[in-house]
Design a protein around this ligand. Structure first.
Ligand code: ARG
Length: 489
């Protein structure tokens, strides 16, 4: 079927729609639906690494976009604050805590203590037993162990918060793994009853061979302590009851694909309504690679996130210093550009792809980067500033926007809401990142090919108006991704 759209009418409608809504693209299509997003979820007493940054950025973007479409969103930071490693840390702290001034750089010191105690465990069986015992005590509520553990948690959270503040991250719940410690009993009972829980070398496991998963899910270790998987099962039960979720998304690196496959499979034994088990979804993403190869904790070439964000700001500041040294509020702008560049880089490609972390590319104003989009936005602002007025929509003559370059922009603006919906259908914020890049590019071409400031008043008004709309959509879109726009650059 061939059909033609009357261009003028189309243009008019798009312009009116954007004009009408302060929050263009916002909708109520998600009304009444609850979306749980489990993201960021770093581990206490360990560095907040670049993988957690990706989770924070991708999860945060999904959170914002779902919310914008009217869904009720619940962001959960499922902190890794439990597990046998805490038994070790407590032991290490008991032995050497006094050697450290732990308040100063807690994560650094705790990591060091952790490395030391691991070494000691290897050398001496009795130390290892002591560590296991500590975790057991922690699970049983021993006041001394709890006190130390709480201190680790408090100090770590203070560090993590520095990163969240920079990124503008928000969570509705900070219930980490430990929160589920008293909810494990019920899981054990349900699973026992299901008849699927079997003993294997002293541990309790669920075999998933029939479901096509070759590795069984360990529910309880041979020393009776629970596992990461059990705690996730308890979390599913709790979240279904508390949030009545339609979808529960888990944003982690693809290294956890097997874990979630197992957990989601075992969750079917919990007696939950199908609505819930069907709503469980792992949202995996690729690794962050340095141009020289993989970043890994073991090899020590791990980058501390706080330093990374600082460096991003410093590099952006240096660029501003070179290009526009008289700019007012340089520091604030450098922050927006530097952090925005990192966020955009995390979202620019489909999430499952490994990402190359290369400073020169990330901050390149001419590349497909956050700064490029910010720069385009600033350009829309400065056009309007130069002209000194913003025409009213009633003054805009649609026939002045029928050239190829203007139409390109209008078509893109028309599909904005649809783009947001696609993001939620594929759980893929890169669709919005891509869209914003296309819009920014379309504007640059429009700007190159069409004189905005002209003798002809009607033409000028129409073009200025379109420019302002591009600015509006770029700003809304980047905000949804978690990127802030500078007004000047
Ligand atoms: N703390 C985990 C890690 O750093 C991520 C937790 C993800 N969420 C979950 N419910 N398992 O690998």
């Amino acid at each position: 079927m061939n059909f033609y759209i009357k261009k003028q009418l189309f243009i008019k409608e798009v312009l009116e729609e954007v004009e009408k809504k302060e929050q263009y693209g916002k909708s109520e299509i998600g009304k009444g639906k609850n979306i749980v997003i489990d993201y960021s979820s770093p581990n206490i007493a360990k560095p907040f690494h670049i993988g957690h940054l990706r989770s924070t950025v991708i999860g945060g973007a999904l959170y914002n976009i779902y919310q914008y479409l009217g869904y009720h969103t619940i962001g959960i930071n499922h902190l890794g604050d439990y597990g046998t490693q805490f038994g070790k840390l407590i032991e290490g702290y008991k032995l050497w805590g006094e050697e450290y001034d732990i308040e100063k750089d807690p994560i650094h010191d705790l990591t060091e203590i952790y490395i030391r105690i691991n070494q000691a465990c290897k050398e001496e069986e009795s130390v290892l037993n002591q560590c296991r015992d500590n975790f057991k005590k922690l699970e049983e509520g021993d006041p001394y162990c709890i006190q130390i553990w709480e201190r680790f948690k408090e100090l770590s959270l203070k560090e993590f918060q520095k990163v969240y503040d920079q990124l503008g991250s928000h969570f509705d719940s900070w219930n980490g793994e430990a929160f589920y410690s008293d909810k494990m009993e019920e899981i054990m009972q349900i699973l026992e009853k299901s008849g699927k829980l079997v003993e294997s070398e002293g541990a309790k496991i669920i075999d998933l061979e029939e479901q096509g998963i070759n590795t069984p899910c360990i529910i309880q270790k041979s020393n009776d302590s629970t596992t990461y998987a059990t705690r996730d099962l308890a979390a599913i039960l709790y979240r279904a009851r508390t949030y009545d979720f339609d979808k529960a998304l888990y944003v982690t690196s693809y290294e956890q694909v097997l874990h979630f496959k197992q957990v989601f499979e075992v969750a079917k034994l919990l007696g939950l309504d199908e609505k819930y088990t069907k709503g469980l979804q792992h949202i995996p993403f690729g690794m962050v690679l340095l141009p020289t190869g993989k970043m890994s904790t073991r090899e020590g070439n791990i980058i501390k996130l706080e330093d990374l964000l600082e460096e991003a700001k410093a590099r952006a500041q240096k660029m501003i210093e070179e290009k526009n040294p008289n700019l007012e509020g340089k520091e604030e702008i450098a922050k927006k550009v530097g952090i925005g560049a990192i966020i955009f880089n995390d979202l620019a490609n489909s999430r499952i792809k490994d990402e190359i972390f290369d400073w020169d590319q990330i901050l390149n104003f001419q590349g497909e980067t956050g700064p490029y989009i910010q720069y385009t936005y600033v350009r829309t602002k400065s056009v309007i500033e130069k002209i000194g007025y913003l025409p009213k929509i009633q003054e805009v003559k649609e026939e002045k926007l029928m050239d190829e370059y203007s139409l390109n922009i209008i078509k893109l603006i028309y599909v904005f809401e649809d783009t947001l919906i696609q993001v939620t259908q594929k759980e893929e914020p890169s669709i919005l990142a891509r869209y914003l890049m296309d819009l920014a590019k379309a504007f640059s071409i429009f700007y190159q090919e069409n004189k905005i400031i002209t003798e002809e008043k009607e033409l000028q008004d129409a073009r200025v108006y379109l420019t302002s709309i591009v600015g509006k959509v770029l700003k809304i879109g980047t905000q949804l991704l978690g990127i802030e726009m500078p007004d000047k650059m």
